[in-house]
Design a protein around this ligand. Sequence first.
Ligand SMILES: [Zn+2]
Length: 174
Amino acid sequence: MLKINAPNYLYCPFCKSQLAQREDEEIIRKYCPKCLWVYYPQAFDSVAAVITRNGKMLMVKRIREPFKNSWMFPGGFIEFGEHPEDTLKREVKEECGLKILQSKLIEVVQTSDDFRAPGNLVFFYKVKTSGRKIKTDNEENSDIRWFGIKKAPKIGWKSQKYILKKFFLDSKEE
Ligand SMILES: [Zn+2]
């Protein structure tokens, strides 16, 4: 279990009263003394696509913080109501200009290094795509490239480094 702090909300999102605290099943929780809403912190969810082809993997270069100018497996946050596979389809199209032929969930990794989303759960998928022409979204990324599995560029996220190591560094061929 990660030791992470949830966003420290001060007011009730429904009636705007100031939140109070009480013990609930041995956990200190914030709640609204007026409408009795209880704050149960939730982690964010996101997906990342490990797209491989001919022994190479596709990565994009981030334009923004966190980890500005580092490379990553393309992906993004799951929109409210979206299934992770829908997010995967959307992000692979937006960030790479490619269509998914096949996808398989490889692992869910919880992260502690994203200040925007404490405890973010990342659903990593291994993805096969169709289409030759790659094109990224220039509002999110400054570059997109295929890399040899043993020639990975500088990666920021711990979860992505972990997946790279686990699935690729030891693999002789993809
Ligand atoms: Zn309230």
